[in-house]
Write a protein that binds this ligand. Sequence first.
Ligand code: BDR
Ligand code: CA
Length: 309
Amino acid sequence: ALPLIIDCDPGVDDAIALLLALASPEFNLLGITTVAGNVPLALTEKNARKICQLAGRTEIGVYAGCPRPLMRPLVTAEHVHGSTGLEGADLPEPTLPLRSQHAVNFLIEQLTQAQQPITVAALGPLTNIAVALIQQPQILVNLKELVIMGGAVTQGNVTPSAEFNFYVDPHAAKVVFESGAKLTLISLDVTHQALTTPERLAEIRAIACPVCQAAADLLTYYGVADALNHGLPGAPLHDPCVIAYLLNADLFTGQAAAVAIETQSQLTLGRSVVDFLPGVAQAANATVLQTIDAARFYQLLTDRLSTYR
Ligand code: BDR
Ligand code: CA
């Protein structure tokens, strides 16, 4: 199984990504680290524990990380995920404890002691990952691949230029893209192809199990807010695309590119500038995905959620 750490800010789509990963025997999930993003840190770590509990996986370690971005005040997204971050489903208080180790120290410890290279899925602002890379650059040696949901090649979702995760902590994103890590980027241009249409939601709702009902409840709320905000026929299921990519990269196409992050401009703060014609001056530093087979993606998600029956 693929050794994996998921860094996230649940968040409804993060929660669905966690449920997909927890239902997939292809992964050896070493732990979940959380960061401030969609909601403050106290909620993201609790929400991660609620999801592990819902999945019946109380042995999973959840670690809280950075409570705010490197340089900027925290910007949250309650209008998309609700005030709890998991609006729509009434999940019980988790009995699974928060681990006492800081997420950054957990990442460094795992990546330093690893017998096998570790893959990291980054589903929120990149604060924890950037701090880990600054604190201990040696972790690159054992970092197999960092698969990031973030950025926009075309239209952003917080501003015309910027996507939420990179807008919240553009400086962290800059550190990560300049780190030399093997990066795969799944931007809004991909995730806006993965829409939770009413038909797809109905298929999840039709699976007779409490986990699937909770997932459907979450996606019903999230569907309304995000689709309306962006004028789409369904809500983009951003973060689960990262897990789907790790399960089956054939669902995606992509291309090597040079990615740089804007940190200075007021107008375009957090913009991911993607050069698909990298040259000598700007060498490629990431694989930027471009398309997803949305029908097969939703089939994969629905199949895996059914295993909670
Ligand atoms: C990203 O922002 C968050 O609201 C979602 O969880 C996702 O990670 C999409 O822009
Ligand atoms: Ca997220």
